[in-house]
Design a protein around this ligand. Structure first.
Ligand code: ATP
Ligand code: MG
Length: 132
């Protein structure tokens, strides 16, 4: 998608329809959507600095009934994610910024960074639920 803030919602809506349809995260869609929005926001704002020709790449893999995995890659220089992730515990919970990565971690089972921080991997496994 183009690296523009206004491109985020249309992409999230399209992807969430596919995710809901494929049943790879039943009951977990809200948390997956939150994490996806934060990852795309970071890619657009911090990664590509909203450069008009930059692109943000999104890959999504679904294992229906088992697992969902989303990878968001930007064309920026990355960041010191170990330092930033470590600092999150100390950050002000009431501050308006610095919550994106925490939100991703709260809603997904695995959040890890590759390519020096310009690629974030999000993964969520389904809990076994007994259904009546
Ligand atoms: N894709 C990225 N490229 C470069 N830097 C990034 C990227 N993602 C995150 N960062 C850095 O990590 C910091 C923390 O990200 P986080 O999403 O937790 O907070 P935020 O984006 O600053 O604020 P919020 O998401 O709450 O509006 C960012 O301020 C930025 O410096
Ligand atoms: Mg953010």
């Amino acid at each position: 998608m183009p690296s523009e803030v206004q491109a985020i919602s249309p992409l999230v809506e399209r992807l969430m329809l596919l995710i809901e349809g494929s049943q790879c995260a039943p009951g977990e869609e809200f948390g997956v959507e939150l994490a996806l929005r934060e990852a795309l926001g970071n890619a657009v704002v911090h990664g590509s600095h909203q450069h008009p020709h930059a692109k943000v790449h999104v890959r999504c893999r679904c294992w229906p009934g088992r697992e969902i995995s989303i990878v968001v890659t930007d064309e920026g220089n990355g960041f010191d994610f170990e330092k930033t992730a470590g600092d999150s515990a100390l950050s002000d919970p009431l501050s308006a910024h610095g919550r994106g990565i925490q939100l991703m971690k709260a809603n997904m089972d695995i959040v890890h960074f590759e390519r020096g921080g310009s690629e974030v991997h999000l993964r969520k496994r389904l809990r076994m639920m007994s259904r009546s």
